[in-house]
Design a protein around this ligand. Structure first.
Ligand code: A3P
Length: 288
């Protein structure tokens, strides 16, 4: 089994997969020129990134399904830090949509001087961990997760992609971006998807009609995405992502952690996360 040294790059104290990142792509991200009308959805991995790659183009273009049907998700709304961005950047039309797993301190200088907007999507970290655990089993470019117990320790210590969940959330919650940033949770989107789309649309100044909001909700549902080869990763060769081991679009629900954590694991996880967030001015929208 390949070791983490073979699989990952170290970048500013974080680990990122070599399969999708390179020193050049990380450098490229630092030199990337944000435009005022850009929008970037920022997430800790497994919090709903690919979902945002589905939603943003439709919200920005008034519900035109063409990008969903013709462009794979990773080119449609590319990752700021991944190797694909340099290849597709010239094909992106304004207003451009990007995604990123960067912590706030890693955002490039042009982001800070622009008016680009951020949608920060947060998900219950116990569900993030479960989703990540399965993702590590299906993606050959990620380290074997070990046992669930072992993976909990790795996650809490930040020995996983993009570091500690708490550091990620803290960095963005502390960012003083005023009305340039909107916070939304995965759970909120699950609970009332049309209302969430409306919030996103209002934040981006798109003012979609109810009819278009319903259309976006329908085409960005878990079911629709699962059957769209441009969004379900079925076009990725099996040697990289084995959807038979665990599909990328796995369950798409809130609360799957209840099927995985025992009471001891939950207590340990909760107390560590609480400790890490002690003294922060924000509170989490879920009881851990
Ligand atoms: P599960 O593994 O819990 O199913 P990311 O894109 O950040 O890697 O996050 C992946 C998670 O988002 C997976 O969670 C995936 O199923 C879920 N997801 C993607 N699209 C979704 C949708 N339309 N509705 C609900 N969940 C979705």
């Amino acid at each position: 089994m390949p070791s983490s040294v073979e699989l990952y790059l170290q970048y500013e104290g974080l680990i990122v997969p070599k399969e999708t990142h390179s020193f050049e792509s990380l450098q490229y991200a630092q030199q990337f020129k944000f435009k005022d009308d850009d929008v970037v959805a920022v997430t800790y991995p497994k919090s709903g990134t690919v979902w945002m790659q589905e939603i943003l183009p439709l919200v920005l273009n008034g519900g035109d399904l063409t990008p969903l049907n013709t462009v794979v998700n990773w080119d449609r709304v590319p990752w700021l830090e991944e190797t694909r961005l340099a290849k597709v950047v010239d094909q992106l039309t304004s207003p451009r949509a990007l995604v990123s797993h960067f912590t706030y301190n890693l955002m490039p200088p042009s982001f800070h001087t622009s008016k680009a907007k951020v949608i920060y999507v947060m998900r219950n970290p116990k569900d993030v961990l479960v989703s990540s655990y399965y993702f590590h089993q299906m993606a050959s470019f990620l380290e074997d997760p070990g046992t669930f117990d072992e993976f909990i320790e790795k996650f809490l210590e930040g020995r996983v992609l993009f570091g500690k969940w708490t550091d990620h959330v803290k960095s963005w919650r502390r960012a003083e971006l005023g009305d340039r940033i909107m916070f939304i949770t995965y759970e909120e989107m699950i609970q009332d998807f049309p209302a969430s789309i409306r919030r996103i649309s209002d934040f981006l100044g798109c003012n979609l009609t109810e009819e278009v909001i319903q259309k976006v909700a329908e085409h960005c549902s878990f079911k629709s995405m699962k059957s769209n080869c441009m969004s379900n990763f079925s076009l990725v060769p099996k040697k990289y992502m084995d959807n038979d081991k665990s599909p990328f679009l796995r369950k798409g629900i809130a609360g799957d952690w209840k099927n995985h954590f025992n009471s001891e694991q939950r207590a340990r996880f909760t107390s560590e996360i609480r400790k890490e967030l002690e003294g922060e001015s924000f509170s989490l929208p879920w009881s851990l």
